[in-house]
Design a protein around this ligand. Structure first.
Ligand code: F6R
Length: 240
């Protein structure tokens, strides 16, 4: 694992955006795995600037998002579909048919999750997967547990994740209790992984990720066995 420690959130965002831009320049039809949440917002802003300056072109890019709340309608302003449209997709020339986000209104999650993985596989797998990290060490919505799912699946959110994400909702009771998430197998198959972390509240999770144990109590520690992971974090996430 390579660790890049940045002064602050802005520097982390610029570096992450440039890394993604490099991927798109090298392979214009890259398959990107994308994350939501506060951490990548700055990265998406910087990517939009790079697109506007003519440096990158999204016309052949294919994207697969990590997760979506369940149940949630796509036009709900708390849905990850809404987040992606308003933080990235509406501002770049990615084709609508190349955007994939788990459907928060799946009728048959078992079958539709399988189809999601099949689509990723048929696209040739993920070239670059962008990840955030939960305070409890989750990646996507693979929460600490005694065992993990390999594939995309419907999962229950832990109380700590519901509490952490309640900052986006009017009340904690409005936070969905479940989500559709890529499994750890799907994530680990990505050719390259870029994990972002910013702020003091991520320091414990980053310390565990950089420690020498792989434990299901901190799902992100599984990344230690992936051959190409870059962690881009700010000093607060690194040192507390
Ligand atoms: C979001 C996701 C989550 C977040 C994590 C951190 O698509 O998969 O794992 O990356 O919860 O969220 P923020 O960035 O809001 O601290």
């Amino acid at each position: 694992m390579k660790v890049i420690v940045c002064r602050d959130y802005q520097e982390m965002s610029v570096k992450a955006a440039r890394m993604i831009a490099g991927q798109i320049i090298l392979k214009p039809d890259s398959v990107l795995g994308l994350a939501t949440g506060s951490t990548p917002e700055g990265t998406y802003k910087e990517l939009i600037k790079l697109y506007e300056s003519g440096l990158i072109d999204f016309s052949e890019v294919i994207s697969y998002n990590l997760d979506e709340y369940y149940p949630i309608k796509p036009d709900n302003d708390q849905s990850y579909k809404y987040f992606m449209d308003h933080h990235l997709f509406n501002f770049v020339n990615i084709k609508k048919e190349n955007i994939h986000i788990p459907n928060g209104m799946m009728q048959d999650p078992a079958t539709e999750c399988k189809e999601y993985d099949k689509m990723v596989e048929n696209a040739g797998g993920i070239d670059l997967q962008l990840l955030g990290i939960g305070q409890n060490g989750h990646i996507a919505f693979n929460e600490p547990d005694s065992s993990f799912y390999y594939e995309t699946h419907l999962t229950n959110l832990t109380d700590s994740t519901i509490e952490a994400n309640s900052r986006f909702f009017d009340s904690i009771d409005d936070v969905p209790k479940q989500a559709i998430t890529m499994g750890l197998g799907t994530i680990m198959k990505a050719k390259k992984i870029v994990l972002l972390a910013s702020g003091k509240n991520k320091q414990k999770a980053i310390a565990k990720l950089l420690g020498d144990k792989i434990t299901s109590a901190v799902p992100a520690t599984l990344l230690k066995v992936h051959p190409d992971v870059v962690i881009i974090c700010d000093e607060a996430a690194y040192n507390g």
